[in-house]
Write a protein of this length. Structure first.
Length: 131
């Protein structure tokens, strides 16, 4: 995990009575500069939601994240959720990027990936057709 979400993870672990040992990997997940970042994206236009999963981190992580958020805004998406696998250390590179863009952790799913799955979300704007 990344130290910026330590409190959320500890509270979620206590609430769910999860026996976990936390390992702060901030600064230990280098972003390979030779490769672009890649996201998997799912849109539910009816619900006005988008889901992102990081497939590969890269030097353009911040710009790629912003490009996705801009696209969601143009498409009238109201809510973006990002699913991070805490069992994959490279996912930690995305945590500070998301927090800077006002994402908030909202759910910890035990064993939802290689490790626990943390969901962060952020309202984007009103859904199309919303007043």
């Amino acid at each position: 995990y990344h130290s910026a979400v330590r409190t959320f993870i500890r509270e979620a672990m206590e609430l769910q009575d999860l026996p976990r040992t936390l390992a702060d990997i901030a600064g230990h997940a280098p972003i390979p500069s030779a490769h672009p970042s890649v996201f998997s994206t799912s849109l539910d236009r009816g619900a006005g939601t988008a889901a992102l999963r990081l497939l590969m981190t890269g030097a353009d992580l911040e710009a790629n994240t912003d490009a996705h958020l801009d696209y969601f805004t143009r498409e009238g998406i109201a809510l973006c959720q990002v699913f991070l696998d805490l069992g994959r250390p490279v996912d930690a590179a995305l945590i500070p990027v998301l927090l800077q863009r006002h994402f908030k952790p909202c759910l910890l799913l035990p064993g939802g990936g290689d490790g626990d799955l943390m969901v962060l979300e952020r309202p984007i704007g009103p859904a199309k057709g919303a007043a």
